[in-house]
Design a protein around this ligand. Structure first.
Ligand code: GLU
Length: 466
């Protein structure tokens, strides 16, 4: 069988982590089976669908590198096809016009409630002739659900699930304004697009029984279903804004790499033994529905941080530099670019996100004289410290510029003056970077190069605040 999956978001807001994970699972499943992954924008809710949200889906998928095959399908543009399917069902006697008034529907709801049942339609027009239609009422079209028996799904994640058909009322296919409902559109589109596997959140499981009845009425073979548990926050509650950032875009802005995000999403509900770090190619080779868990997965930021730190170290420096550029406040000239490349091997060992990395890299990229913070100025102005910088300056000016030679120079100086090596190293750090924390001082000296290091030491002797 040629596998065809789809991601079918409703463009009514940002692309959430849960939706992104659904997209990833569909994408991986298709790629694993050398199949096709389609994108369908479910924009039939005209009031809530926005162009910005459509763009957020495109941007999010592109960022995550989840490329879809074929043209994007916009569901609203296919409404005529959905309407035709409903009319065919009416002609075959499998659906009917319902002229129930709002008051009658209210009454049905009240009756169901009084019996402790969920609100449901009682079949008022199921066997009535449209000749009895009251004038001035625009009908809806309802599916004639079977009233006996049960509907069964062998869900690839949830296992076998059955509901009694008595629980499925005659659902609306076309609204009174003639527009198709989600239930109808999704079935007609999945069939027309040749979808073989529907992988989606388990909040859609209850829809599946109704959709299966619609497939049955239309005489179509349904796809296989896999309903994946929703994502929860670290506290075990359903992931929501309360837990912090929930959109893919916010993680991008916070400086996470798409590789880390995908790896993290993959591990939310799917596993391969104890493997934590699973890069793209490996994920394609290993992904299967059988190892999707039934319990909700918990999203933990610490895990994403850990993965991000890993991928930042794994990416070649030249590429990491490119990815870092949008996070830097300045655009780099060639000299700064080279300095960045030199500093990355040590900086990336110490940072978790591109934002952290950009912050740590900034002192390497600015030109002397530095603008020091008050905290830095207090250190640099202290008289003893000033004398140390004055003393070491000529030695550094005369030193060979390698880590080994610089270390020897510094040790000779500290021993001769009986000053702690750590104290001098920390003072140089303040002078050279304006920061309290940086990579090892010799790495800093090497990354900056001799002339920039000396220029900064000079500026530290006559420091300016910023
Ligand atoms: N548009 C639906 C949603 O965003 C998904 C429908 C489906 O996957 O069948 O929740």
């Amino acid at each position: 069988m040629h596998v065809v999956t789809r991601f079918a978001p409703s463009p009514t807001g940002a692309l959430h982590l849960g939706s992104a994970r659904t997209a990833l699972f569909n994408w991986l499943f298709a790629r694993h089976h050398h199949g096709t992954f389609l994108l369908r924008i479910e924009d039939t809710d005209r009031e809530r669908s926005t162009e910005t949200s459509v763009q957020a889906v495109f941007d999010g998928l592109k960022w995550l590198n989840l490329t879809w095959d074929q043209e994007v399908v916009f569901q609203f543009s296919r409404a005529a096809m959905h309407v035709t399917a409903a009319h065919q069902l009416v002609e075959k006697g499998k659906a009917y016009y319902c002229y129930a008034t709002p008051e009658e529907l209210d009454q049905m709801r009240a009756e169901a409630k009084a019996k402790g049942l969920p609100p449901r339609y009682n079949g008022l027009w199921r066997n009535r002739s449209p000749n009895e239609a009251p004038s001035g009422v625009r009908p809806v079209v309802r599916l004639k659900m079977p009233q006996q028996g049960a509907t069964h799904v062998d869900d690839l994640v949830q296992g076998p699930v059955t509901v009694s058909n008595a629980q499925l009322d005659d659902m609306v296919l076309l609204r009174s304004d003639g527009t198709p409902t989600y239930m109808l559109s999704v079935v007609v589109d999945d069939h027309a697009m040749g979808i073989t596997h529907v992988i989606r959140g388990d909040d859609h499981l209850t829809n599946t029984f109704r959709q299966l009845q619609l497939y049955e009425a239309l005489g179509w073979t349904p796809p296989q279903f896999a309903h994946i548990p929703l994502i929860h926050g670290a506290d075990g509650a359903k992931l929501s804004k309360r837990h912090g950032a929930v959109s893919v875009d916010s993680y991008r802005t916070l400086g996470y790499l798409p590789e880390a995000m995908c790896n993290c999403l993959l591990r939310l509900g799917w596993g391969h033994g104890d493997d934590e770090i699973i890069a793209r190619e490996q994920a394609i080779a290993w992904f299967d529905i059988a190892h999707v868990g039934k319990a909700p997965a918990r999203f933990e930021l610490a895990r994403l941080d850990h993965l991000n730190a890993h991928y930042m170290r794994a990416i070649p420096d030249a590429e990491l530099a490119e990815r870092l550029k949008p996070f830097l406040a300045i655009s780099l000239n060639e000299k700064q670019h080279q300095r960045l490349l030199k500093s990355l091997p040590s900086l990336k060992q110490r940072t978790k996100t591109l934002i952290d990395l950009a912050k740590m890299a900034t002192p390497y990229l600015t030109e002397a004289p530095l603008c020091y913070t008050t905290e830095a100025l207090e250190v640099l102005y202290s008289p003893g410290n000033r004398a140390i910088i004055d003393g070491i300056f000529p030695l550094l000016a005369a030193s060979t510029w390698t880590a080994v030679a610089l270390e020897t120079t510094l040790r000779e100086f500290t021993e001769a003056k009986s000053i702690g090596f750590g104290k001098v190293a920390q003072l140089l750090r303040w002078a050279l970077t304006g920061c309290k924390v940086s990579p090892g001082i010799f790495e800093v000296l090497e990354a900056l190069g001799q002339s920039e290091s000396l220029a900064r030491l000079q500026s530290a002797c006559d420091p300016k605040g910023g």
